[in-house]
Structure formats: C-alpha cells, structure tokens
Design a binder for this molecule. Sequence first.
Ligand code: HEM
Length: 332
Amino acid sequence: MATLCGRQQADQLIDYDTPTGQEKMPLWKFVDTIIADLGERFMTNPLAGFFPLIRLTGQDARYLDNAYRFRDAMRKLIEDKKKTPSSEDETDSIDMFRVLIEDDYYKDKPEEIINEVIVMFAAGMKTIQVSTTNVIQFLHFNPEYKKRLLEEIEGPLNEISDDFMTKLTTDVVEDFSFTRNCFYESMRLHPPAPLSSTSCFSKDITINGVHFPKDSAFYINIMGMNRDSEEWQRPDEFLPDRFDSESPLYARPDGGKRNPLTFSPFLGGKRICLGKTFAETTIRLTLPLLFYHFDFETVTPDQELVRYIPGGVKDPEVPFRVITKRKMTQKI
Ligand code: HEM
C-alpha cells in the first residue's frame, strides 16, 4: 500500500458504509474491504456485471457510494501531493501516485491516475494475501511439511535475527528451496486467480482438431491446468516435493517431463502478471519471517480449507481464521 500511495496516506481514515452503518477505516482496510465487497456483489447479483453502475439492490447502492467516496479521497490525495513536489517533500516516499503525477502523459489526467492505481490495488492486494494465507493453511493441515520448513529457515534466520531489515535479503531466501516449494504447491492447488480473464482469437484457428472462428472468446483454466492428472502425480494432494527436480514426484505420472506451462499461476506471454516478480519476492521474504516469529492455530478445530466453486470464485465454506501466537523465544 505504501508503494502505491505513500506510507502516511495509507493510514488516512475514510468513511465506509457497512450494512449496519458507517465506519471510519484506514485507506488500506477500505481498499481491502471494497475489493471483497465487489466480489460478493458479483457473486450474489450476476446482473451487476452487466449494469455495474446501476443501484439494483441496497448492496449495489452501498458499494457504489463507497466507490465514489474512494475516488473522492484519491482526488484529494492527488491534489495534496501536487502541492508539494517530491523534491521538497522530505517526509514522503516515491510511490505510484507520485510517479504518475510527475509523468508527462498522466500529470493532467487525475481520473486516469486513479484508474491505474485501482488496478494495482485490486490486482496486487488480495492475491498476495490469499497466497500467503493459503500457505499458512496448507502447512497447518500438513504439520510434517511445516516441521521441514521450520528446519530449513530457523538456523539461517537465527544468525541474522539481530537485524532482519538489512540482513534478510533475496540471497538468503533463495536458499530456502523447500519454503519455495511449499509456496508453489499452495499456488498450484489454490491459485489466487483460478481463471484468466477473457481473450478473443484474432484469426480462425484449429487447436487439437477443434476449430475456433476469429473473435471467439476463451479463457484459460489456470486451476484446471494445475490439477491436470496427465501432468501431475496425485494432483489433488499437497506435495511440495513435486517442485524439487530431484524428487520422483517431479515427473509426470507416465514418467515424462512436465509441460512447464502446466504451472502458470501468473499466466504467461504478453499478458503475464505485471506484478509477478514483486509478488514472488514479497511472499518469499515474508513467509520465512511469519513462520519464524509466529505459530498459527485454527480458531475452532473443525475448520477446513477454503473451497472453490465453478467460475473460479473462492467460497470459504467454513471461514478459516487463525489465532497467531507469537513465539515467546524469538525477539522481533
Ligand atoms: C500471488 C500474487 C499474484 C498472482 C497469482 C497474480 C496473477 C495474475 C494473473 C493470472 C494475471 C493475468 C490475468 C488475465 O489476463 O487474465 C495477472 C495480471 C496482472 N497482475 Fe497479477 N498476480 C499477482 C500479484 C500481482 C501484483 C502484486 C500486482 C501489482 C503490484 C499485479 C498486477 C497485475 C496486473 C497490472 C495485471 C494485468 C496485466 C496485463 O493485463 O497486461 N499482480 N496477475
């Protein structure tokens, strides 16, 4: 959030309309909540997809009021930043708003700046949250793998525990290959974007004997590829070692080499996720820290992993929450 709008602005309070009244929320929580509300709106009212600006229900009205209030706050933020150029503002950091405000193309187009930043908020926040939470869940339900992850990270992190801020570098986490495999395996089983957005063929084409006329729409079933039983052994099980090239699980069930495109949680080609490197680096740096400092347990014992319903939307059948217990032996 700070990289998008600056550390100070991330904490500014904005009124959020909830079903029971109004609540003051810091900007980061406001964004998180409105993205969740947007998903719920499309789930509960499919017509919202066709008439996004129409207030068909009370939920629509609340959502739109919040969205307009959010844009107002963003306009004010742009105005405030414009008053103090970055060269004169020692308290501010370089963030995405700042970069766009000072860009020749964007500088007089506040609505476009807001649109760009909203895309980044939407694409970058929930995805990283969901990916991180899923690893925590999978390891919670697979304690033998959690033990292996802790064995991998604890020694090296103990050595740099006096100053993680400067000493926990990407080189350090590069050696945490089992932690990476747990992250990848979690992304394989529960990709934060289970379906791509829709694309169209630019010309007539035949693929595997199936003909698609020009302009036909299609989407890529990322989750389907991730669980393809011709490519993955025991595809529905959480087996992080399948990403270890030394493991027998690395091969396809028929012993052949896996098609590398089978694992594409960030998609690929020209429309590959713009934030792939940022997301992977962030998650690979934060996961070891989270597991080093905290223990996790479910709030009630009967909680299950989130389930996915057709259409690619995450539907937590039993809400999964965790109690984090700070490990008393470690200092932060
Ligand atoms: C684990 C985290 C993430 C996952 C799994 C993920 C996944 C994806 C996928 C699958 C797409 C392609 C969507 C499509 O075209 O159908 C995509 C696009 C995109 N992602 Fe991510 N993403 C993640 C994090 C981020 C972050 C952190 C940012 C920004 C900071 C970001 C920005 C974008 C943008 C701007 C696009 C659109 C690119 C384009 O259409 O040219 N993503 N992401």
